[in-house]
Ligand binder design. Sequence first.
Ligand code: PEP
Length: 249
Amino acid sequence: MRKNIVAGNWKMNNDLPETEMLISDLIKQNQTSDAEVMIAPTFTNLWQAFESLRQEGIEVIAQNMHFAENGAYTGEVSASMLKSIGIKTVILGHSERRAYFNETDESLAKKVDAALENDMRVIFCFGEELADRKSGNEEAVVESQIKNALFHLGADAFKSIVLAYEPVWAIGTGETATPEQAQDMHAFIRKTLADKYGNDVADEVSILYGGSVKPNNAKEIFSKQDVDGGLIGGASLKAEDFFAIVNAF
Ligand code: PEP
C-alpha cells in the first residue's frame, strides 16, 4: 500500500528560536493521523528539530543536498552528513532550486543517485511553468523532467522515491491547481511510471501535490484517487494550519 504523506517545506524561514517555537506548537497539535508527517527546516536547525521531534512521529527531512560525498564544494552539505545527524529523507528538485540555483535534470539525477546510495528516501519535485500549461505542454514537460532525472534507475529504487508534482504557477502564489487538474496530472504521472516499470511499481509510489495547499482546499485535493498527500510551503509555517492539512486525510 502506498503511503499518505504531508511534508512541510519551511524554505529559508525560521532561525533557531523561531524553529523551537514552531516545533513546540507542532508538538501541541500533534495527534495520530492517517498520513506520515514530515517537516523540512533549514540546515542550521535540522539537528535541533530532529532531537526535539524524536519521540513525536514527525520526521525531520532536508530541503536539499549535494551529490558528492565530500570535498571542495564550499557551502554544500552531503548525504552522509545528513545521515550522520539522523536525517533519512531529502527533498530534491524543488522549482526554487531549479530556478535560482540552476539545478538541472542532469545534476538532479546525480543527487538522486547519491541519496539512494546512502539509503536515503527522496521526495523528487517537478512541475510545469505557467507558459507550459497555457500552451498545453504541461504533460510533455513533466514527463521529460521525470524521465531525465529518474528513468536511469531500476524498479527497486522507487521504493525509496516519493514524487511531488508542483506546478510552478501554483507555488506561493495562492493559485492552486483544481483538484481535477491535480488528479489528471497525477494519473498521467502514474501512467508514465507504469509504462516504464509496470503497474506494480507505479501503484506503490506516493505522488504528492504541492502548490498553495491550505486548510480550506486540502480535503478536496487529497480526496482524489492519485493524490497521496501534499508538499506544503507557506501553510507549514503555522502549526494549526499545517495540522489542519494533515488532518484533511
Ligand atoms: C512549496 O514550496 O513546495 C510549496 C508548495 O509552497 P506553497 O505551499 O507556499 O505554495
